[in-house]
Design a protein around this ligand. Structure first.
Ligand SMILES: [Fe+2]
Length: 237
């Protein structure tokens, strides 16, 4: 089950108010890319692709975490009954369904790690899982990025980038490019798209709300908008 586009957009705005950062617009760019590629491919549902792109990093609502954002997102979406979005919260970080795929800190509890491993092992990746993995690697906070530039940036910030994951990203790009029958950067309007909402009718992000209300809405005691602590960088892949 999935939320509507409008509900997904509202969930993202609410989450951004809990933990403001570039991840919000990164998610909007991923959603835009997913929708455009799905339209070009013909056999994928553009609405579903958009909603999945919008919600893949929704676990960041609960604070600045690395692997923890995966289990936070999965549990949050499952709590709302959105199992298809929950699945994407898991699969977007694991191209080969292996924990070795993850770039970043393993900052989960043992229980959260077990949840990720168990659920991931039970999934057979489909084209939507692959599509969001691809779009995650194309999506910047200010628009669509050159995939190799984005991977280089992650390699620079984290000190390494698994070669296997690098190759798989390029393979995904080739796969969807072939399906779409066009240069993928043209399909996703790389040169012109901006997630700020200019010209799209989308309202600009709301400023953080008062602390008490945020604590209630964020659901956990990790509201960085309220605490003013470290900000999320642009998420790694
Ligand atoms: Fe992401």
């Amino acid at each position: 089950m999935l939320p509507t586009r409008e509900r997904a957009e509202a969930l993202l705005e609410e989450a951004e108010a809990c933990n403001p950062g570039p991840w919000g617009n990164h998610s909007r760019t991923a959603a835009h890319c997913a929708e455009k590629i799905a339209q070009a491919c013909g056999n994928l549902d553009p609405d579903k692709a958009y909603i999945l792109g919008l919600l893949h990093d929704i676990g960041r609502k609960f604070g600045v975490r690395h692997l923890g954002h995966v289990s936070d997102g999965y549990s949050y979406m499952m709590s709302l009954g959105y199992d298809e979005a929950a699945r994407i919260c898991l699969t977007h970080s694991f191209h080969s369904q292996s924990m070795e795929d993850y770039i970043g800190k393993f900052d989960t509890t043992d229980q959260e790690l077990a949840l990720i491993q168990d659920r991931l092992a039970a999934i057979t990746m489909d084209e939507y899982d692959r599509l969001i993995q691809l779009c995650d690697s194309l999506a910047g906070a200010d628009g669509v990025l050159d995939m190799e530039t984005r991977m280089e940036d992650v390699r620079r910030r984290y000190g390494s980038y698994p070669q296997d994951k690098w190759n798989r990203n390029l393979e995904l790009k080739r796969y969807f490019e072939e399906k779409a029958g066009r240069n993928l950067y043209l399909v996703v309007e790389k040169e012109t798209f901006h997630p700020s909402g200019e010209g799209t009718g989308r309202k600009p992000a709301q400023p953080p709300k008062e602390e008490k209300k945020l604590e209630k809405e964020c659901g956990k005691n990790k509201c960085h908008a309220a605490s003013g602590s470290e900000k999320d960088p642009l998420p790694k892949l």
